[in-house]
Design a protein around this ligand. Sequence first.
Ligand code: DX5
Ligand code: ZN
Length: 221
Amino acid sequence: MKPELKLAPSMLSADFTCLGKELADVKNGGAHYLHIDVMDGLFVPSISFGMPVIKSIRKATDMFFDVHLMIIDPIRYIKEFAESGADLITFHLEAAEDPQAVIDEIRKYNCKVGISIKPKTPFEDVAPFMDKVDMLLVMTVEPGFGGQKMMPETLDKVRAARDFVTEKGLTTDIQVDGGVKFDNIGLPLEAGANIFVAGSAVFGPDTLGETKRFCEYLSQH
Ligand code: DX5
Ligand code: ZN
């Protein structure tokens, strides 16, 4: 069965002075998920936002919260992110000592589970978890900042993941994150991704219009 194609705008690129309007625009534009990047300054060089922000926006929108944890030892905070309103929690394979324990912890709070790999981590490392998670996130840039250029070599891993999912008859979603623009989204799509994170390409002077443009494209493919 062909997987559903979804857009997940990354809030990291939103204008925080009018966050409520930005969130309404991506929702009204047809975006399926809201991608929320949590950074701890250790796993990645930068620091973004955490539980209080998620809790606050949870009251403002009923969008599906796709929380991308770029933090070391993620098991420490699963309960708090789940209670803050996450629908799906993605953690990094590289950041977890015992990935299965993190998966179990996320399931305990009835959230969907995502597992992510950085550009240099091979697909083989995450393959044993593919039937245990709802989504694989293949980073198409080094995590840490919005507005970077997509690394095309990462798309081979998307291909490997899609082949694996098809071969094993799994329903695991494959998400790409980093450098996705309107003029290159066809590349990860062709490689087999079905959930597309886009930050700087969606949020801007016409967040509503850009969201619609992406969603229309996805609905035609
Ligand atoms: C990067 C984050 C991304 C980022 C994407 O570490 O995980 O979600 O916001 O931003 P763009 O689409 O601008 O590359
Ligand atoms: Zn992200």
